[in-house]
Ligand binder design. Structure first.
Ligand code: HEC
Length: 113
């Protein structure tokens, strides 16, 4: 009896720890969904930028190795926050810093890494 009570307490504590840990909060950001919602309109589902807007504004091909090699994670983060005047709008006000950070690996994934 006592052991099962201890077991229940342990389970509850583990569950609570799981729900309030910052890691869980970070994992709750659905970066793929964010990309779909905010970026696909120009950069395309495949990241190649072959959408009407992407082509018109000359978005780069995220699957291009040259692009991936030429850009740093910091630059990607900066680009998402600041955008480029008349080409890509800024996401500073639309996305939280955590959300912007979560998009870096999404951009990287198009390059196969
Ligand atoms: C209105 C169209 C548009 C939207 C929406 C958009 N972008 Fe862009 N993005 C562009 C264009 C155009 C460029 C090329 C800018 C340039 O030449 O400086 C670009 C460039 C980039 C670059 C590369 C910067 C570089 O130095 O080449 C990254 C990374 C990027 N965008 C990520 C994103 C992410 C992530 C989102 C969604 C949060 C997003 N973009 C939304 C149009 C867009």
């Amino acid at each position: 009896m006592i052991t099962s009570r201890i077991l229940i307490i342990i389970i509850i504590q583990v569950a609570l720890g799981y729900f309030i840990s910052p890691k869980t909060i970070a994992a709750e950001i659905d970066a793929q969904l964010l990309f779909k919602k905010h970026c696909v309109i120009c950069h395309g589902e495949d990241g190649k930028g072959k959408t009407d807007l992407g082509e018109g504004l000359e978005a780069r091909d995220f699957t291009d190795k040259k692009f991936q090699d030429s850009i740093t994670d910091e630059k990607i983060l900066e680009q998402i926050a600041n955008g480029t005047p008349e080409k890509m709008f800024t996401f500073r006000d639309k996305l939280t810093p955590e959300e912007r950070e979560a998009l870096v690996p999404v951009v990287r994934a198009f390059g196969g890494r």
